[in-house]
Design a binder for this molecule. Sequence first.
Ligand code: TYD
Ligand code: MG
Length: 458
Amino acid sequence: MAKSKSKSIYFCKECGYESTKWLGQCPACKAWDSFVEEKINLSVGGSKINTDLSDNKPLKLSEVEFENEERIPTGISELDRVLGNGIVRGSLVLVGGDPGIGKSTLLLQMCCNLVNTQKKVLYVSGEESVKQIKMRANRIPVDSHELLVLGETDLDVVVSHISKINPEVVVIDSIQTMLSKNEGQSPGSVSQIRAATGVLMKLAKTLSIAIFIVGHVTKEGVVAGPRVLEHMVDTVLYFESDMGVSYRFLRAVKNRFGSTNEIGVFDMSEKGLMEVLNPSEYMLKGRPAEEPGSVVACSIEGTRPILVEIQALIARTSFNYPRRTSAGIDFNRMNLLIAVMEKRAHLDLSDSDAYINVAGGMRIHEPAMDLGVIMALMSSYKNKPIDEDVICFGEVGLVGEVRAVTMADSRVMEAAKLGFKKCYLPKVNKESLSIDKKNLNGMELIGITSIKELFKAI
Ligand code: TYD
Ligand code: MG
């Protein structure tokens, strides 16, 4: 007979790395002081090979029945976009984000929309009572009478309700609160959230139910974050924003049924989350006119071009070492670009502080922003504003060359649509554009090959 024995294992609560002893720094994600001890049950003996085969057997691919998977629209087009055109039946979706960012609000809005299209939907909350869920639902201007809600933290009870009700979509808010009584784990531990996710995954696949699980990103304490679940689920969405702004960005970092790196943009209002269907206009709202250090650049998020304002400030330093700070752009990339400017355009920034900011709280990890960063820095250095109707994009290499970027056509089209009159872009991109001249709305295209050439041009 199988005997049960327990053993201590140490988990990194940031990324789920496992170790038999405590470590000060995680070898996988490099987080400090992130290891927590957990007792896990080991079954000893009874590991006989099972020769009783179940009904499940290998099939030829040609024997697999498959109808073109119909997706369920959520009624929120920004969410559909990130999911890859709607919800896939039988999928497990993880929605992660800081506490208070709006995960529950987004999913509740989705549920309300779904019940309005005659779908059976269950919203399970281990954090709020059903009264609190109702209070939240009352703030959202969508009718939600038919939505089934359940306030419960016992996973076994939740599973039995799901099997009985057989809804099409289930939301579990949050995975850290779902506890299985039999397992003897503590809530929020790595082994608990993994076990609960495993149970829900099996349920989603066998009953063909789409399940959304909420995972809080935690900075301290012993509660494990959603990163430890990323490999187990079909789709991982992160909801993020900068402190103090009302924009929210929903990003797909993994998607078995769609492209990743798509983003959805929302605005948190009094009446829940509002979709921002034209993020470029939104990002550029309130942009200062004719101020040095500001330029608009065109980035691509997934398949969609988004225009953002890049701001730079160069000021005399009052420290021994000049300060460099960046928000929204990779810090090392900014330092690299400053070094390129010093070497290739002979600027002296050794006694100046330099700050870079992407207005609106967006974070962009795209080399096509290089040209924008350089233009903004140059404009601040020379204290000369760049014309309001100028836009740019392009990657800058270490010898100061301006290199081609992907999806130049969409970037140029977006700029022309929003009325920009001058676009600086890599020369190679300009030569290979396939856009009708009349679609440019009179925008002039200036192809450049190096940053020296750029400085001469502006
Ligand atoms: P919530 O969805 O509870 O966040 P999470 O589930 O990610 O922890 O969002 C909570 C925040 O959103 C809270 O600060 C209040 C705000 N909020 C609004 O501004 N408007 C609204 O209509 C709602 C429902 C919430
Ligand atoms: Mg919540």
